[in-house]
Design a protein around this ligand. Structure first.
Ligand SMILES: [Zn+2]
Ligand SMILES: [Zn+2]
Length: 222
């Protein structure tokens, strides 16, 4: 494992700036790896780790840098819970178990702690950056050993067959299809009103500035 400072520098480059979230994310991921006994998550141990993140914010980028888990490798799983927390799963623990997993969450009290430690620093981000470097793991995070049910098709190297949607014809991977009256249908065609996108109507295409038809469709809960 590289040093905290080296990883933070890499996270800064990947993320585009240095912020309190980078420091928190680097520390959270280093702690997760340490608890699992994973020394080299991006090298020798690179096929051992799957990470679930619960927020799409700054810290998430740092977690990806430290763990090497990426969305495109299927080793980074996103649950949109709006929580500063992540679960680190060792798929090949030295103990011989099927998996070992630890969920780590940032403590709500950490911000207040940062204020208390550095009241003289007015800028909140700078205050937190300084504090999050120095605070102990116990002051920053809660930890919990957990089990994560992971179907074979959710694993990073899973070879998926691809089948076509009977409505739109687009290919579907990883068993994400839905059966409707014995027809294979993709998620978008299965419930068109709940799609995250809506095709523009002829009228909207003709009048791009006409906002009448553009009110937002509420997103379904994830
Ligand atoms: Zn940031
Ligand atoms: Zn379809």
């Amino acid at each position: 494992m590289k040093s905290f400072e080296e990883l933070l520098r890499e996270a800064e480059i990947a993320h585009g700036h240095l912020c309190a979230g980078q420091i928190l994310g680097v520390r959270m991921a280093m702690l997760g790896c340490a608890r699992l006994g994973i020394e080299d998550p991006r090298g020798a141990d690179r096929k051992r780790l799957v990470t679930f993140v619960e927020i799409d914010r700054c810290a998430t980028d740092a977690i990806a840098v430290v763990t090497g888990c990426r969305l495109g490798k299927r080793a980074l799983k996103f649950r949109d819970w709006g929580k500063m927390a992540a679960t680190f799963i060792d798929l090949k623990p030295a103990t011989g178990e099927q998996q070992r997993a630890i969920r780590i969450a940032a403590l709500e009290s950490s911000k207040q702690r940062a204020r208390g430690l550095f009241p003289q620093i007015e800028d909140k981000n700078k205050q937190q950056m300084q504090a999050y470097r120095e605070m102990t793991d116990a002051d920053l995070f809660s930890e919990q050993w957990v089990r994560v049910p992971l179907h074979a098709r959710e694993m990073p190297g899973f070879k998926s067959q691809r089948i076509a949607c009977s409505v739109c014809g687009e290919g579907i991977n990883y068993d994400r299809e839905v059966l409707i009256e014995a027809e294979i249908v993709c998620q978008g065609c299965a419930s068109p009103d709940a799609r995250y996108y809506q095709p523009l109507t002829e009228e909207e295409l003709a009048n791009p500035n006409n906002k009448a038809g553009a009110e937002l469709v509420p997103q379904p809960a994830l």
